[in-house]
Design a protein around this ligand. Sequence first.
Ligand code: KIV
Length: 303
Amino acid sequence: MSISGTSSTAGATGDGALSAAGSASEGKLTLYGSTGTGRRVTVRDLALAKQRGERWPMLTAYDAMTAGVFDEAGIPVLLVGDSAGDNHLGYSNTVPVTVDELITLSAAVVRGTRRSLIVADLPFGSYQGSPRQALETGTRFLKEAGVGAVKLEGGRRVVHQVEALVQAGIPVMAHIGLTPQSVNVLGGYRVQGRGEEEAERLLADAKALEAAGAFAVVLEVVPAELAARVTELLHVPTVGIGAGAGCDAQVQVWTDMAGMTPGKAPKHARRYADLRAVLTGAAQAYAADVVAGAFPGPENSFH
Ligand code: KIV
């Protein structure tokens, strides 16, 4: 389905955590809008935001330049999602995305940013096999790409993977509800957690993932009422996508948010720009100038 300081993602965290732009006053600490700390956002900052009841935005990112724009815009968390499959790499879904592909994209996103916490997806087939496999893949993302955390899909069936990663020092964002890597067993991109039995299962998954050490839980395409219940129940932040306004944070695929995705936007997305039309217009204006001999002009020429 269809995220100068140092390039280190760790950064020193004083107890005050982030300060709001131009203010270090305790009551005004915010994740979004605080650009002056000179360090990366950390998972501890996200935990403190949950305690303050502060909502925060998250976006996907797949390249250095776009990630740099979102970083400068103050987006505190960027996800190098395996949604790169259908939104960047030209696949029809997330399943074919490889570890090597996502490590290359993640390293670019880390290089292009200064402040955002960079979370990378563990691709399909790179962690389900065993906690050891998850640890080997997660370690590559931290060492080779420099990300600050990884994300993986699944509920109770991946708690041993989450435990192994967290115990080894790798922060984990969990992801339940509609998990696109499992589209073939889910029977398509359907709302998850409808009905009491499915809802109880999702609640149990969320609790198990928190107990295993996940620092946040993504809830994708689940009923808003259920997402709000999970958010109340957990001490770690929930990150919604198609899960209503009751979550602690929201994540969107950036190409959906900015109108770059062709065709109709998914129901859970709101378009904040029409980037596809802007780029089409720019390409056509450039082409017309070349054909007419109007580009390059004297100001673009060397003598
Ligand atoms: O890959 C991705 O972009 C995601 C988000 C939709 C949560 O997993």
